[in-house]
Design a binder for this molecule. Structure first.
Ligand code: ITT
Length: 189
């Protein structure tokens, strides 16, 4: 079936395409004349539903959206749903510098990535999947793969950051990979 990948983030597109390759779905990018809705929700669930439902209704096709974020213990769970806008930074690199600055001298480097993936249909039906991964934040970036906060985050049980892993290596460990694995299982029956 045809499914629109409702995201403006190329890193998410790569991970979603790799994780769902086995389903044989025709994953279509967001058409260039269609923009993502503003994220007005206060939870990952609300924002993922908003993105998936808006695009599904607009295009008349099933749409898949991910809303995700990094929750840092020492910052009381921030930036969380505001991860993409943290510090009003213009790039991932600046955002990582901003986060490191906030955590300077902080011993507690514990953090958690969360992802909510929603597949919405034009008739209003929705499926929701979630994933979470815990780990620690380094004092400087390592690796140039992935996107966002990946170069700072070492998942529990690993030595390398997500930024030092390929898409294939990151998938079984990551919040998004875990959510997409649930979706894959539900559609492989
Ligand atoms: P769309 O809404 O268009 O999908 P976005 O990047 O704005 O793209 P979000 O609103 O869900 O997506 O913001 C999530 C932010 O959290 C993202 O921009 C990254 O900064 C961070 N993030 C989420 N998942 C991540 C991952 O796997 N690795 C690194 N950073 C991640």
């Amino acid at each position: 079936k045809r499914v629109v990948v409702a995201t403006g983030n190329p890193g998410k597109v790569r991970e979603i395409a790799e994780a769902l390759a086995g389903l044989g779905w025709e994953l279509e990018p967001l058409p260039s004349n269609v923009s993502m809705p503003e994220e007005t929700g206060s939870t990952y669930e609300e924002n993922a539903a908003l993105k998936a439902c808006t695009i599904a209704a607009r295009l008349g096709l099933p749409a898949l959206a991910d809303d995700s974020g990094l929750e840092v213990d020492a910052l009381g769970g921030q930036p969380g749903v505001y991860s993409a806008r943290f510090g009003n930074c213009a790039s991932d690199t600046e955002r990582n510098t901003h986060l490191l600055e906030k955590l300077r001298g902080q011993k507690n480097r514990r953090a958690h990535f969360r992802s909510v993936v929603i597949l919405a249909y034009p008739d209003g039906d929705m499926e929701c999947y979630e994933g979470k991964v815990s780990g620690t934040l380094l004092e400087g970036p390592r690796g140039s793969q992935g996107f966002g906060y990946d170069p700072l985050f070492v998942p529990d049980g690993e030595e390398r950051t997500f930024g030092e892993m390929s898409v294939e290596e990151k998938r079984p460990l990551s919040h998004r990979g875990l959510a997409l694995r649930e979706l894959l299982a539900a559609h492989s029956e």
